[in-house]
Design a protein around this ligand. Structure first.
Ligand code: DXP
Ligand SMILES: NCC(=O)COP(=O)(O)O
Length: 239
């Protein structure tokens, strides 16, 4: 079964646009879980343009499913935030400062020693580690050498080519997932997954344990409501 973790960054974006507490991020996280989400994902960025560091502390108090914190471990503030909150999972993403959104995975060969060191810090504190990688078998093989528990496949390439040719779009992801399985790595995926492309992805990727979805899901909720939307995404994963 593939689990759905709802990324609530965009709720924080909306809240921050007026400086108050509407929508209430904490209530939304509780409601996502009540409506069936099997995890809550946040990706705090150094400029705190959506998730603030304090949000992570507040969420840690109330999340009862899997709490997944994504971000860049090159920031000491991020490492401290994760170690103070001890989520079930940390996902390491190689963002650069000022990036609009995540747009690439780790070069697991070039950064092997650095990743090994970072991963062991989090694992020593009992936190499962996932690292964000492009669907490239070489990068998956490199990931296996870092000691990470899981990888998260960066799915933007799949999502953007899905409507042109879905067989072709998914092909590198199948190879990457097969390599991960062979090497004993757990498998997550995310970025730009939506109601159109999710089912085909989940049905064709072997060993897919979790997807984290934010932008499209929160956008769909404007039309369908949050409860219906989460149920719709869960159905795509169950079909
Ligand atoms: C790693 C990943 O793909 C997501 O966490 C994505 O980066 C969401 O971040 P933003 O909401 O800042 O775009
Ligand atoms: N890890 C991916 C994620 O959390 C959400 O990405 P998106 O659905 O906002 O593109």
């Amino acid at each position: 079964m593939t689990r759905l973790s709802v990324n609530i960054n965009k709720i924080a974006t909306l809240r921050n646009s007026r400086g108050g507490n509407n929508p209430d991020l904490i209530q939304v996280a509780k409601d996502c879980e009540r409506f069936g989400a099997q995890g809550i994902t946040v990706h705090p960025r150094p400029d705190e343009r959506h998730i603030r560091y304090q949000d992570v502390f507040d969420l840690k108090e109330i999340v009862t499913t899997e709490f997944n914190i994504e971000g860049n471990c090159q920031e000491q503030k991020f490492i401290d935030l994760v170690l103070s909150n001890k989520p079930e999972q940390v996902t390491l993403v190689p963002d650069v400062l000022g990036q609009i959104t995540s747009n690439h995975g780790w070069d697991t060969i070039k950064h092997k020693d650095y990743l090994k060191e970072m991963i062991s810090i989090f694992q020593l504190h009992g936190i499962r580690v996932s690292i964000f990688v492009d669907p490239d078998v070489k990068m998956v093989e490199g990931a296996a050498e870092t000691g990470t528990d899981r990888i998260e496949l960066y799915t933007e390439g799949y999502a953007s080519h899905y409507h042109q040719n879905r067989e072709q779009a998914i092909s590198p992801y199948i190879h990457a997932a097969q390599a991960a399985q062979k090497l004993g790595l757990g498998l997550n995926a995310g970025h730009d997954l939506d109601l159109h492309n999710l089912q085909y992805f989940a049905q064709n990727i072997p060993g897919l344990q979790e997807v984290s979805i934010g932008h499209a899901l929160i956008s769909d909720a404007l039309y369908y409501g949050l409860e219906n939307t989460i149920q719709m995404y869960l159905r795509q994963l169950a079909l």
